[in-house]
Structure formats: C-alpha cells, structure tokens
Design a protein around this ligand. Structure first.
Ligand code: ADP
Ligand code: ASP
Ligand code: MG
Length: 922
C-alpha cells in the first residue's frame, strides 16, 4: 500500500526538503518557540505514521502542488467520466431530529421533493428543553453498565420514554405507532439483557458497545420512515448495516469503506426492496468485514451521507444542521465568525479534521471522489443558501479573491510529545523510529514539527495517548537515553492545536508571519509550528488556556481584518467620563472606516467596578455603574480583562493615583496593554519604570502615556520619533502646566499675583488647592517623563523645583487659608515682574530637561518678549526641542495643554495608536 500519510493535513510524501515559510525566517525571532523555525519533517514512504485520517482513496505522489484533490494521482474518474444519477441525499443531523415537530418538518420537506431522495438520519439530538443527545445517553448507559452502576436501567427507561413519546406525537394512535412501539420494546428488552450481561461481567467490548450505540439511529430512522409511510409516500427503510461494510483504521479512530462489497450489497438491497422514490437510511451504523455491527465513529452520520452519495453516484448531498453553513470559525467560540459561501473539498476536510465539528472529518472524501457537491444548510433558516463544498470554479475564485485563509479551528486537549537530543542531529531514521514506535502503539499523530537543527522532534497526540507515547518512546530509545544521545522525552499536557486552513494560502506569502504576529500580539505563546507542504494549512500548538483567545485573535486578523480591543477604564471621573463619551461618539465610525472595534468591558473607581462581558452600554453606563457595580478589586479587574475572549485588551488609567500605576507591570504580564494620562508610573521610581519598559520591549505589550505631558498634544510621540530616527536631544524646555501658563500669561495686566491666582481658581483652571499647581511638582513629573523619553534616566528627586508657594504658606492646613494669605506675598512677585519688564522680558514657569548636562529643573525663568514662550495665550502649553537636527531653530509644539476634552482626546489617540500597532490599517 502506498502511504502518503496526511498528518494534520500535512502531506508527508511531498515534502522531500520543502521547508515552510517559517523555515524561511518570516516569523519574528522574538516569538518564543519550542520548535523555532520548525518545519514539517519528511517521513519516507515506508515510514507509515498513522493512517487513521488518511483519505484512503487519495494519494498525492507529485511533488508539484496539487491545486485541488483532482491532481491526486490515484485513478479517480474525471468529472466527465462520472455519470451522476437523479438521486439526491439529504442528511438530517441530531439537531434537526430532536423533537417530534422537527422530525415532522424534516419529513414534510422530503415529501415535497420531486426526484428520488435518500434521507440519512442521525439519532435524536438535544434541544433547549432536553439537553441530552440520544447517542451520548446510550454511551453513558454503556459506561454505567460496565462499571456495574445499576443506574443504566434509568437511562434505558429514559430512552424508551423519549422515543415512545415522540412516536405518539408523530404517528398518533395508528398501526404505525403499534409497529414502532413493538419493535422498540423488542430492542429495549434485548438491550437490557446485553447491558445486564455487561454489568455482571463488569466490562464492555467494542462490538457490544457499537451494537448498542447504533440504536439511536435505528429508532429515529424507523420513526421517520413510518411517518412518511403514513403520509402515503413511496418509501423504503434502509438499515445501513445491511449495506455498508467498513474496515476500521489501524488506530481505530475511523473507518474505511469497502466500496466494492458495499456497492454489491446496495444492489442486493435495491433488488429486494424495489425501486422507491424515498429511502430512509440510518446514519452512523454499518458492519465490519466479520459481519458485526459497527459505527462510523462520533458524528459519523455526515460520513454515512456522503458514502451513500458515492454509492448512489448521487447528484447532490445536503447536510442539514443548526447553523447557516460552515463558518470561518466555530461560531460558539468566535461570535464574529462568518458563514462561508463555498469551500473546496480539501478545505472542508482540513477544517473538519482540525475540529470544526460541523462535519465529520471524513465526510468530504467519498463526495470528492465522485465530484458530488455537498451543501451544508440550516434546517432552521432555510432561506440561507448554506455552504457549498465542491471543486467547481474554486481555483479561479481563489486567485481572484483576497481571502487567503478560509477558516480556523482547534483540536482541544492534546498532549505535545517532545523528543530532544544532540545525538539526533544528522542521524537518518530517527523520525522513522519515533513514528513507527508510536504507530505500533496505536497512537494517532495529529501534527508533527521538527526544529531545523534536528535537535528536537515534537508531535501532538490526543491527551489519552500521551502516556503511552512517552512510554513506548522511552523503551525504544532506552539505549540512546543511557548514552546521552537523547536527552529528554517529554509530554507537555493541556495543549491545543490551532489551524488556519485555506487553499488561497498557496499563492500568498506572509500568511504564517501574519498568523504568528496576531498570536504574539494577543500574548499567546507558541509551542510548536507546522505547515502542511500542500500549504493548505498552518498549525500551531499553544496552551489549552489560550485556545479561544487565539482563535479570536487570528480570526479577526485575517478574516474580518477588524482589530477588536477590549477596554477597561480605571477612574470614570472627569477625564474617564469624557473618554467614554468620545468612545461613544466615535465607535461606529472607527468600526466602519478603520476596522477598529473598541469595546468597553469594565469600569473601575477606587470603590467599585462594573464588569460587562459583552460590553458596557455607553448610553447608560453612569446608571449601570451606580446600580450594578461590585466592590472594586484592581487585581480582579486585571484578571477579568486578561481572561476575556477578546484577543487585545487595554486598561486605560484615567486616575492620578498610585494604586493603579502599581498594577501596570502585573497587568502587562497578563497581556494587557496600558494607556494612561497618569504620571505616576512615568515619573515614579526608576526601577518600576524600567520594569514596565522591559515588559513592553519583550512582550509585544504596549504602554502609551502621551496624555501625561501636554494632554492631547503630540509631545511624547514626537520625542520618540526624533530619538528613533537617530536625532540627539540636546534640550527640551517648555511651559508644561496649563494653570501656570494661564497665571503667567495673565500676570502683567496690572492685577496683583494673588488676584490672578484667585481668578484662575474661579475659572476652574487650578486644582482645588492651587498649591498643587504652584508647588511645581506636577511640572517636575512632566520633566522627569520628558527626560526619560530623551534617554536621561532621572528620578523625580533629581529634579530641583522652584516652588511658587512661599515657604510660610507651605505648611498651611487649608486651601482657603492659603488663598487668604497669598496677598501678603504679592510684593515679592511684583518685584520680579517689574525687573523682568524693565529688561524687556517676561516671566514664565518652565520645566527644562538639559540632556547635554544630564539635568532637569523646574523654575521661573525670564524670556525676551519676542521669544515664542512670551507669545503664549490662555492656558496653552508650549514645548521647544533643541536637537542635533533642530539646532538653530528649535522644534516647537504649542497648543491647548489642559482640560478634560483635550486630555481624553490624547488618551483616545493613544488607543488608536495601539490599534494601529495591533494591525489596524493606518
Ligand atoms: P448535527 O447534529 O446537525 O450534525 P453538530 O452539532 O454535529 O450538528 O454540528 C453543528 C455544530 O457545529 C454547530 O452548531 C456549531 O456549533 C459547530 N461548529 C463548530 N465549528 C463550526 C464551524 N466552523 N462552522 C459551523 N459550525 C461549527
Ligand atoms: N449520533 C451519532 C453521534 O452523535 C452520529 C451523528 O449524529 O452524526 O455521534
Ligand atoms: Mg454532526
């Protein structure tokens, strides 16, 4: 047998030395990889890895890229050779068979059909009032019996009751009901005997269990058949155990169809049952070559449908379920997922293999062989056209289309096995030994990745197979371990495989890089990477805990190209409240025009917090915050955001307090970006500041604090840009306080200094206690921030401050008393003003960063009346940057530098900058 094992969609026979994009170095080095630059390792044809999911009829041997599975070299009839019959297949999943009403609606749909139809049915599924699926219930019952738990009898009674009830509703008091109930009771008494035998023996075997579990399909199909018969349809019942013969794959996780035998059996069945317009067939069940009942494994009714489609050479297969079609990701995990209008067979196969459980993984194979289109449709929304799976026109579509990745899926709960050792380098046959040992133990390999250094091979297996895999490898490599050639065989548990699937990836560069950067930005650590040499999929192995978030992150990056950011605001006061208003005003436009989706997920004040998983209502947030909040716990606030499914999360600290600032590092470690106008971190202890900057540099986590200096003015952004483009900062000097700007711009109009302070306070320009402005500390903090951004690592204490609060008034208890006594010092200020005036100068309170001399200061300086600082009006801020480039004429930034609106706007622009860093279009 030719074995071209498709492992995790990886076609091993093609990959001689074909390295993936990853190996070509498109992945950023800063992504922590266990198998960095890993590529899918070739395994020789003789090295059978696992054939459990290998499409038995399709073997690629060409090194050339098969554009679709038609390029496979096994003799497959071309579409011109295939003669399709009039038969159509309609499969109704458990979702459509869960109540009498639904079964009736499905039957009505089929009775309306004109041409011949074969209906394939699943066992009754769950619905809102009965969450239990019949197949799950039966499996649970078998387990109980084999564990000698007598409650299996309760399950059996439940099954009986559920089917009798449904039959009564569907068939009414008719001979059909009598027939159904009598057959059901026969089955129930047989099952009871079998289960009792299992219970006595304290065990069950696969044959028994397969026989028992298939009853769900038998009963649902019988019900459907009797209902159609009662309605006068020309209908026959097909127990597919009389027709389908299958062989289990070596690891037992799937089955292969014995096509010739099954075809013959179908002919015999047709001869016996005559030509009918409608055939009602059981999904899921078949027989093995020994004539024993077996199943096509979980979700196997989809596979039954396409097998029957192939045997009938049917013209079309419809799979009815409870979603509009195949989505770009599991809609339960990614609410933004979109329904895909079309998929190629190969894409559908890869997506289902990688966990999109809307289809059984092998479903597409029989349909692909005979080029039968499959449509997945929503039984509950029949208006929707569904997803068409075929190959028709797909190549052209893809090359025209910009959609490189069609969909994403995850296989949850896998274990990564890593075999490492320097002794593996350049030794032929290592991979072969590993995988043959694993194969012999019946372990199915989901994905493989090998570091290009050949020092390690890692592969993912189902969590139940992890221990066995390690054990067989330890036995196999005992001598290599003893000799130190193999240093470790390790099982890393609680992992998840995330796959991106799409035929369009073939023609596009950088898909892997984009995927990896989306994951890095969502702070997801990648443990291993593999790309199928067919380039139809890229798979990464990540922590199980990151599963949903990663799915969201890559989905939004590729599919919607939306950048969702979940925002938590700390401090819903003046600035925070204004920011929420601005978010509300801009939200729709940002989404529409820039693909930025900002969602407010939580608000915290010092006392309480409001958390809303789906997003705080921006119209009613104030009331909601008052009434629905819980006591504030900043630790929990961070945890909540860190665990939120939105891949990018940011906390906006709109306070001026230490408490939130002290949490930045731990929030950033959790993958949360920080945006703030709070100066406490930027000017706080240097070690804390450095720790935050380090986290930012190393972790793709951003810390933006433009709002701390000059409010909404582009001060820090400009400075950063100058430094990053190689300019040398010599001096930064500026009027950095809106309050002090106003006071000195006004001082000189003839009024004494104390009057001007009173005026500023009355206009709301000052803090409640004006000393908080006049003592210069706030300006010193800004100087400290500017110094650090310029590369001068100053502590706040290193910045000498000339306080404008006279010595005797510093200790005065209240603001009122200070205001009362301030006129006593007017003469002093007046003298300074007069002296300056006499020299043709004016007074300005400035912050200075003298980078050349390594100093910062805050002081009252005199400037010529022609100086830009002298021209300032109102409460504007002004900054002058003297740099190597801007030497003769400094670079000046001037504009409103205080007030809630401009400060919130500064914070908002940081949020947009964050979105741009996270991939929003610029
Ligand atoms: P049925 O009983 O009809 O066979 P299933 O439960 O087996 O239904 O499959 C349908 C379910 O598959 C959907 O309800 C959906 O939640 C889930 N699903 C997972 N991944 C996808 C996907 N990519 N597209 C659509 N549905 C998906
Ligand atoms: N009833 C079976 C299962 O639940 C098969 C199917 O519904 O596809 O696995
Ligand atoms: Mg299903």
């Amino acid at each position: 047998m030719l074995v071209s094992s498709v492992v995790g969609g990886v076609n091993l026979s093609q990959c001689k030395s074909k390295k993936s994009l990853l190996h070509q170095g498109v992945v950023s080095n800063s992504i922590p990889l266990l198998a960095r630059n890993g590529y899918t390792k070739c395994v020789k044809k003789s090295q059978k890895v696992s054939d459990s999911i290998r499409p038995s009829s399709f073997v690629f041997t060409s090194k050339q890229q098969p554009k679709n599975l038609k390029a496979a070299t096994e003799v497959i009839p071309t579409s011109t050779q295939i003669v399709h019959t009039e038969w159509r297949i309609n499969k109704f999943g458990g979702t459509c068979m869960s109540t009498a009403d639904r079964i009736r609606a499905a039957a009505e749909l089929m009775l309306k059909e004109k041409g011949p139809n074969c209906v394939v049915l699943s066992a009754m599924g769950s619905h809102p009032t009965s969450r239990v699926k019949v197949t799950d219930l039966i499996l649970n019952m078998i387990k109980k019996a084999s564990l000698q738990d007598a409650n299996f009898l309760i399950n059996l009674a439940e099954l009986q009751e559920k089917h009798v009830d449904t039959a009564k509703q569907l068939l009414g008091p008719t001979p059909e009901l009598t027939k159904f109930v009598s057959l059901l009771m026969d089955d129930i008494s047989n099952l009871k005997a079998m289960l009792q035998a299992m219970s006595i023996a304290g065990m069950s075997n696969e044959s028994f269990s397969d026989f028992v579990v298939g009853h769900g399909e038998l009963w649902s199909a019988r019900l459907f058949y009797l209902l159609c018969k009662q309605q006068g349809a020309d209908v026959a019942f097909m127990d597919t155990r009389d027709v389908l013969v299958v062989t289990p794959t070596s690891d037992g996780t799937s089955v292969d169809l014995n096509e010739e035998v099954s075809k013959k059996k179908l002919q015999e069945w047709t001869e016996l049952n005559g030509k009918r317009k409608l055939i009602v067939a059981t999904g899921f069940i078949a027989k093995n070559t020994l004539g024993q009942a077996t199943t096509l494994r979980r979700n196997g009714s989809d596979f039954s449908a396409t097998i029957l489609g192939a045997l009938f050479r049917s013209q079309h297969i419809t799979i009815w379920t409870d979603v509009d079609g195949v989505f770009s990701a599991d809609p339960r995990k990614v609410p933004e997922a979109v329904c895909l209008p079309s998929l190629t067979y190969h894409e559908a196969w890869e997506l289902s293999y990688f966990g999109a459980n809307v289809l059984h993984p092998r479903t597409t194979l029989p349909a692909m062989k005979y080029q039968i289109p499959i449509t997945i449709r929503n039984f509950f929304n029949q208006e929707a056209p569904g997803t068409r799976v075929s190959d028709v026109g797909s190549d052209a579509d893809y090359y025209r289309s910009k959609v490189t990745v069609k969909g994403f899926a995850t296989i949850d709960d896998v274990t990564l096995i890593s075999v490492e050792g320097t002794g593996m380098v350049g030794v032929p046959g290592i991979a072969s030994s590993i995988f043959s040992a694993v194969r012999d133990a019946g372990v199915n390999v989901i994905m493989i990745s090998q570091a290009s250094s050949e020092q390690s091979i890692c592969f993912a297996v189902n969590k139940h197979d992890g221990d066995v895999a390690v054990q067989v490898l330890e036995e196999k490599f005992a001598s290599s371990i003893a000799a130190g050639r193999v240093s470790a065989i390790e099982a890393i548990r609680h992992c998840c495989v995330l796959a991106a699937v799409g035929q369009g990836m073939v023609a596009h560069k950088g898909v892997a890089a984009t995927m990896m950067s989306a994951l890095a930005k969502a702070n997801v650590n990648i443990k291993a990477i593999a790309q199928g040499s067919s380039e139809y999929n890229i798979t990464v192995l990540i922590d199980q805990a990151d599963s949903e978030r990663s799915l969201q992150a890559v989905h939004s990056r590729f599919y919607l190209s939306d950048v969702p950011i979940g925002v938590g605001i700390v401090g819903p006061g003046l600035i925070g409240g204004t920011l929420i208003r601005q978010l509300k005003e801009q939200r729709e436009q940002l989404k529409r025009e820039f693909n930025i989706d900002l969602r407010l997920l939580g608000i915290a004040s010092s006392k309480k917090m409001l958390l809303c998983e789906t997003g705080v209502n921006l119209d009613t947030w104030k009331e909601d915050f008052e009434t629905n909040s819980v006591p504030c716990d900043l630790e929990k606030f961070g945890e909540y955001l860190a665990n939120h499914y939105i891949p990018n999360r940011a906390i906006v600290d709109c306070t001026a307090s230490d408490a939130p600032a002290q949490k930045y590092a731990s929030w950033m470690e959790k993958g949360i970006h920080i945006v703030t106008p709070n100066k406490k971190m930027g000017s706080g202890p240097l070690d804390q500041y450095r720790a935050v900057r380090k986290l930012q540099r190393e972790g793709y986590i951003h810390f933006f604090y433009e709002g701390t200096v000059g409010a909404g003015l582009p001060v820090l952004g400009t400075l950063k840009h100058l430094v990053e483009t190689g300019d040398k900062i010599i001096k930064v000097e500026g009027i950095l306080s809106g309050t002090l700007s106003y006071i000195f711009n006004t001082f000189g109009d003839g009024r004494p200094f104390s009057e001007i302070v009173k005026d500023a306070k009355a206009k709301g320009y000052t803090e409640p206690d004006p000393r908080d402005d006049l003592n210069g500390t706030d300006v010193a903090r800004k100087v400290c921030i500017l110094a650090r951004e310029s590369g001068l690592m100053l502590e706040l204490n290193d910045v000498p401050v000339q306080s404008l609060v006279p010595e005797p008034l510093r200790a005065v208890a209240s603001a009122d008393e200070y205001m009362k006594r301030i006129p006593d010092f007017d003469a002093e200020m007046d003298k300074k003003l007069k002296e300056a005036d006499a020299a043709g100068e004016c007074l300005r309170f400035v912050g200075v960063v003298d980078v050349s001399n390594g100093k910062g200061s805050v002081e009252l300086r005199r400037y010529p009346k022609s100086h830009p600082f002298a021209q300032l009006q109102g409460s504007d801020n002004i900054l002058s940057f003297t740099t190597q480039r801007y030497f003769k004429q400094p670079l000046i930034i001037r504009g409103p530098g205080a007030g809630a609106d401009v400060t919130a706007a500064g914070v908002f622009s940081d949020l947009l900058r964050l979105a741009a860093y996270l991939g929003a279009p610029s």
